[in-house]
Design a protein around this ligand. Structure first.
Ligand SMILES: [Fe+2]
Ligand SMILES: [Fe+2]
Length: 221
């Protein structure tokens, strides 16, 4: 019998079994902003066989980067979020934007408006995420670490709304890139760009999951 209870919320399963988050990402099961749904319901809605999903989670091998976020103290969790997700993000967004500009310059005329839309999307995402992380690091995280979360209740709500907005943006990114699938004749730069965007998508989903479902959820309790 599978030890994972499919009546538990998707986010709780992703937290308890780090490999589950990878399975949910592969299968497009939302565990960050829509993570409060029971797994069985999320599977039904997405047309997944729940037993197959449970078997896939059980078969998932642990990875070096897996962490038990639920067991971390708030200070450890904030430190993990900042060092693993916040610190590398500005440089990575700059790198991806540079690649997108280069691909647009070379292939723009043939690829139509999509590459232009991708460049604008990344420039906008870069701006928004930098501001979002600044709010977290300068206002919200210090309040959580200092033990006065009630002082930043409104800000927490706003950041959670921005996470939902980010999920919508990531869906748009998937649309703009055919789910990170470059055209058959794409050059190496185009392929490197799409690989980087797929990794960005995965990292942002994990990042939001840890904030919404672990860090901010502690305050809600
Ligand atoms: Fe963050
Ligand atoms: Fe955030």
């Amino acid at each position: 019998m599978n030890p994972i209870d499919s009546s538990h919320p998707v986010a709780r399963i992703a937290l308890r079994y780090p490999g589950a988050a990878r399975v949910f990402m592969r299968r497009d099961i939302d565990f960050c902003c829509g993570g409060s749904r029971p797994l069985v319901q999320a599977c039904e809605a997405g047309g997944h066989d729940v037993d197959a999903v449970l078997a896939e989670i059980a078969a998932e091998r642990p990875q070096d980067a897996d962490v038990d976020a639920g067991a971390m103290s708030t200070a450890e969790l904030v430190d993990h979020i900042v060092s693993r997700f916040h610190r590398p993000l500005p440089d990575e967004l700059t790198r991806l934007l540079g690649l997108a500009v280069k691909v647009r310059q070379v292939h723009g005329p043939k690829a139509g408006e999509r590459l232009q839309a991708l460049v604008e999307f990344l420039a906008d995402l870069h701006r928004e995420l930098l501001r979002h992380m600044r709010d977290e690091e300068s206002v919200v995280f210090p309040a959580l670490l200092g033990g006065y979360p009630q002082a930043v209740g409104a800000k927490l709500g706003a950041l959670t709304d921005e996470h939902t907005d980010l999920a919508t943006r990531l869906e748009r990114l998937r649309g703009l890139t055919d789910r990170f699938t470059p055209p058959a004749a794409a050059c190496t730069t185009w392929r490197v760009l799409y690989d980087g965007l797929a990794q960005l998508d995965a990292d942002l989903r994990l990042h939001v999951h840890l904030e919404n479902n672990v860090l901010f959820a502690r305050v809600a309790r």
